[in-house]
Design a protein around this ligand. Structure first.
Ligand code: ATP
Ligand code: MG
Length: 396
């Protein structure tokens, strides 16, 4: 019978290079976020923060074979800030113990797969009377004997890892990639205009990845939107929020049907730009309430006529806070691929976003004064007031 891994070892990247105090805070936050993901998915596990790793152990009184280190490792790999996770066997940092652990993991070695053993060793020559290379060779020989598999040091199919610390060692072979980035909640809040199309959910994911707490806001465009649009926005917002269950990333819905009707009746070629300006103003209102430092959208340069350089300038002129556009330079096929990866791609031809508001001949080279002159005088103040009418689906 295979021994089950004892724990999950969580590796993080960029935050590891921060100075002592910032690093400590970020690590605390990451540990909390990992705890929240485990809780959210009903996985038991005690999260322990160390200097260079986060460890997930079975709860007191629980045993490794009931704990599910693999499941914990998979779940923790969804936390932003995590580079990868590994279900591992914990042993004493000694030759025999390391070898036995690696050989037991090798019981699951896939037929015909090549392998390598990689060790990294912290501690002195006194505590560990072997070099990293020596132990790699010895354990490699033992794994080779058990499996009959070939060694490939350049591009192995399976990598057996020995993380050797002063007083303990972790031996692993499976590894799950995390998103990298920074722990959510370490970079303050941003209010994201969220339509639930292809772009805005990917934008949400990118913002979360940089440690921002995302507050998604959806404008219900009334006759120009629809219940199906709202349903999709709600669903995709939930998918992204699964990786950050400790923050309130529920979709905020703002009823904007009347405002859009009036805008459409009053304005023609610059209509989309005025709508965008109104959206940003709604977002400003929400940002004031929730204490966000910035606004965000899923726009990229030139994707649509409203997203040309000059046109983006006119929309930003209506905003006070900086507008973050994480997809600014991304190509659509690349965004679509990422949407598939993060699970927000919905294969439907439904035109979400604000497509239906678009005029037949949109302006591509607008000026701020031109847009201002064409839009209803009270548009932006109305928009900002609308923020107060926001609600969360199911809680109205
Ligand atoms: P996506 O809305 O995801 O970008 P899309 O490309 O169909 O899909 P666009 O018309 O390009 O939508 O909208 C540009 C941006 O404007 C969106 O990324 C989003 O930030 C914002 N937006 C559009 N429609 C809405 C809406 N109904 N509610 C909130 N934000 C919206
Ligand atoms: Mg778009």
């Amino acid at each position: 019978m295979q021994p089950s891994p004892d724990l999950a070892v969580v590796r993080f990247g960029e935050l590891g290079i921060k100075s002592g105090k910032v690093r400590g805070q970020m690590l605390d936050r990451l540990a909390d976020n990992v705890r929240a993901i485990l809780d959210d998915r009903g996985i038991a596990g005690r999260v322990e923060r160390r200097w260079s790793r986060i460890l997930i152990w079975p709860e007191e009184g629980d045993t490794a074979d009931r704990f599910g280190a693999d499941e914990a490792a998979r779940a923790a790999a969804d936390a932003f800030g995590v580079v990868s996770t590994r279900p591992a066997i914990a042993v004493a940092p000694e030759r025999d113990a390391l070898e036995t652990a690696a050989v037991s993991l090798a019981g699951d070695h896939p037929e015909g797969a090549t392998f390598a053993v990689r060790a990294n060793r912290a501690g002195s020559a006194e505590t560990h009377p072997f070099s990293s290379q020596e132990i790699e060779r010895e354990v490699g020989a033992a794994v080779g004997e058990t499996t009959g598999a070939d060694v490939d040091l350049d591009d192995p199919d399976e990598t057996y890892r020995l993380e050797i610390r002063e007083e303990e060692a972790f031996v692993s072979v499976a590894e799950y990639d995390g998103p990298g980035g920074l722990p959510v909640g370490t970079q303050g809040k941003t209010v994201l205009l969220f339509s639930g199309g292809l772009d805005s959910p990917v934008a949400a994911w990118e913002l979360f990845k940089r440690g921002l707490e995302v507050v998604p806001v959806y404008l219900d465009l009334g006759a120009y939107g629809g219940a199906d649009h709202l349903a999709r926005a709600t669903e995709t917002a939930e998918v992204v929020a699964r990786s950050a269950p400790h923050v309130d990333a529920r979709l905020r819905v703002v009823p904007a049907g009347d405002l859009v009707n009036d805008l459409v009746a009053a304005t023609e070629p610059t209509r989309m730009l005025s709508l965008r300006r109104a959206m940003l103003r709604v977002a400003e209102g929400v940002a004031d309430d929730v204490g966000a430092h910035s606004l965000a959208t899923g726009e990229s340069v030139g994707q649509k006529s409203s997203q040309t350089g000059p046109n983006l300038r006119t929309t930003d002129a209506a905003a006070d806070r900086p507008v973050y556009r994480p997809l600014l330079t991304r190509d659509k096929p690349d965004i679509v691929e990422q949407a598939r990866e993060i699970g927000t791609f919905v294969d439907a031809t439904m035109n979400v976003g604000c497509e239906r508001v678009a005029p037949d001949y949109p302006e591509t080279n607008a000026t701020i004064s031109g847009v201002e002159a064409a839009e209803p005088d009270d548009l932006l103040s109305r928009a900002e007031a609308l923020a107060e009418e926001r609600y969360v689906v199911g809680e109205k």
